[in-house]
Design a protein around this ligand. Structure first.
Ligand code: HAM
Length: 421
């Protein structure tokens, strides 16, 4: 019998965690510059937070981890936006925060997808939601944040794909046109697209199974159904991106896989040939009706989420130098029956702010020096029975032969002086 992580999940081992810390720190630093505030919502919510109305997305219809406890149904969060908006409304933050209210979150999300490279069942997202005001410049500013993060991770082979889904009026007109267009092709559409035709024909444009079919090419284009207001909004978003020197490509096929979007939608994709089928690093868009849906006022928001596994993978491929902080300031070696004394020195040094490892079992000196080496210790403190009697320790810099005797009481100040001097 062997125990393994469930399919589509994985362990992040200590040898990998440095990369995560690096990316998390970079993200926190940049988001702070933009004045975003962290929000932490539960990893599971009542199912109706995600399964809204007649939602047509694959995420809601096919990929949710839903379970019942008593009479209640819960779902592991497949994405972060719904939980944030639920919290925004539940705590009436719209009345208490400066608008736009800027939130960010980082953590695991769960989708029952077919696992492959870059696609897991438990994965991690960093996401932002920018709620309460609606201007094309805010849309551009939101995209700029994601773009800044990608750049800070030294990823340059990317492009921003952008599109508009227009306002309600434009989308209703477009949906009708799509429904009329696809209905005669019903026998050729996959089973999921039969449902999509009913629920939301926009989803058909996103179907992987039907993507290459001939009739897909001539499907009506959303741009032909946009009203003047929607066109004007979109052109101002593009102008704002131009002003920020953020290159983009308008992609009329981009409709995004989630149901809540209105107006601007965008994705940032890798242009590397080795990034595989899962080249989308982040995606997002504006939503006009989400805040109202959970009982709040009529307020628009915009956000995106970055897949952290994909971000780290690409950063690695592009040669980002991950700052992995795995240093040890001091390793304390004990010779003879002195484990108690070693522990006391170790704790004194830790409380003074040093990163310390100590040997608390009886082992040969050679083995202990080897451990000190493996811990990458800058300094080594050696404590034998004679030193204990004298109230001293021997101190030496790693890699150097010379060692000096230091009174235990002075060890902290001597180390501070040597390390800072
Ligand atoms: P999404 O496009 O579903 O959007 O996911 C955003 C990103 O999460 C993707 O671009 C990808 O990098 C990553 N991702 C998604 N599924 C997986 C998976 N199975 N394995 C690995 N990475 C994955 C959202 O989730 C929206 N909530 C974004 C948003 C925020 N829109 C507005 N605000």
């Amino acid at each position: 019998m062997s125990y393994q992580t469930p399919r589509g999940t994985y362990d992040i081992l200590p040898e990998e965690i440095g990369k995560w810390h690096d990316v998390e720190q970079t993200i926190r630093k940049i988001t702070k510059n933009y004045r975003y505030h962290e929000i932490r919502t539960p990893y599971f919510e009542s199912t109706n937070v995600f399964a809204r109305k007649n939602d047509s997305s694959d995420m809601v219809n096919k990929e949710m981890y839903t379970f019942s406890m008593g009479h209640d149904s819960y779902t592991l969060r497949p994405e972060g936006t719904a939980g944030v908006i639920r919290a925004f409304d539940q705590h009436k933050l719209y009345g208490r925060m400066e608008l736009p209210a800027r939130f960010y979150y980082m953590g695991a999300m769960f989708r029952h997808e077919r696992p492959q490279k870059g696609r897991q069942r438990q994965f991690h997202q960093f996401g932002v939601e920018n709620i309460g005001l609606k201007t094309p410049e805010i849309d551009a500013e939101t995209i700029a944040l994601g773009y800044d993060i990608v750049k800070a991770m030294d990823i340059s082979s990317v492009k921003v794909l952008i599109n508009t889904l227009g306002d309600d009026e434009s989308r209703v007109a477009y949906r009708e046109a799509l429904r009329a267009y696809f209905t005669p092709y019903l026998p050729e559409l996959c089973a999921d697209c039969h449902r999509r035709l009913e629920q939301n024909p926009l989803r058909i444009l996103d179907c992987k199974e039907d993507a290459d079919k001939e009739f897909m090419k001539n499907a009506p284009k959303l741009s032909d159904y946009l009203n003047e207001e929607s066109k004007e909004y979109f052109s101002r978003v593009l102008a704002a991106l131009d002003a920020l020197h953020i290159p983009y490509e308008i992609n009329e096929q981009l409709v995004r896989g989630l149901d809540y979007y209105t107006h601007t939608v965008f994705e940032v994709v890798s242009t590397r040939s080795d990034s595989g089928a899962q080249g989308t690093i982040f995606g997002g868009g504006r939503y006009d009706h989400f805040v109202e849906y959970f009982g709040g006022p009529e307020m628009s928001g915009i956000g995106f989420a970055i897949g952290l596994e994909r971000l780290i993978d690409l950063a690695e491929k592009e040669g980002h130098d991950f700052k992995e902080d795995d240093h040890t300031d001091v390793y304390v070696i004990g010779l003879g029956d002195v484990a108690g004394n070693v522990l006391s020195v170790v704790q004194t040094l830790r409380h003074a702010g040093f990163v310390v490892e100590g040997n608390l079992v009886q082992r040969s000196m050679k083995a202990q020096f080897k451990s000190a080496d493996r811990c990458n210790a800058s300094y080594i403190v050696i404590l034998g029975e004679d030193e204990v009697k004298q109230g001293t320790v021997n101190l030496k810099k790693s890699g150097e032969k010379e060692q000096s005797s230091v009174a235990v009481d002075e060890l902290v100040s001597v180390l501070q002086e040597r390390m800072n001097g």
